[in-house]
Design a protein around this ligand. Structure first.
Ligand code: SF4
Ligand code: SF4
Length: 144
């Protein structure tokens, strides 16, 4: 990959490897979100998709994810700046808003993602909580 490619190219010009490397595997897009039926507000919870691998912080069904979970977020260079509920901390969201990656991003720091920026160890599988209790799992925002 070219050094600082995200500053030199448009997302549509990224190679697939470059595009994938923007993702920090933070897991925030796999958190269960609830929508207020009255006004459409979105609330993040500390619950996570049943296919989330808690060890690797990756999807255990990556190839079939959009079939298994129709609401699964599949970011592409075509839709990446159109998702209203994209996590604030998502590296794609930050790149879209600032044109750059933050200093904590592994491509910038050369270090793994700081643990406080990952959901690892902070979320519970949706399978373990009855759906009528999901509201009790709402958190203030996805960074909590
Ligand atoms: S929120 Fe963004 S950076 Fe984090 S895992 Fe999802 S797509 Fe990757
Ligand atoms: S299917 Fe995979 S990528 Fe999609 S929300 Fe679930 S764990 Fe995340």
């Amino acid at each position: 990959m070219t050094k600082n490619f995200w500053k030199e190219k448009k997302p549509q010009e990224f190679t697939s490897e470059e595009w994938e490397s923007i993702c920090t595997r933070c897991g925030k897009c796999c958190q269960i979100k609830l929508e207020d039926e009255d006004n459409g507000d979105i609330f993040y919870t500390d619950l996570v998709c049943r296919y989330f691998d808690h060890e690797t912080c990756c999807c255990s069904q990556y190839e079939n994810r959009c079939t298994l979970v129709p609401t699964c977020l599949k970011l592409t260079p075509e839709n990446w700046n159109t998702i209203p509920w994209i996590p604030q901390d998502c590296a794609y969201n930050i790149l879209n808003k600032t044109g750059n990656l933050p200093e904590w991003h592994p491509l910038v720091s050369g270090q793994p993602l700081p643990s406080e920026r990952s959901v690892k160890g902070k979320v519970v599988s949706e399978n373990l909580v009855p759906e009528d209790e999901w509201e009790d799992h709402i958190i203030e925002d996805e960074d909590d």
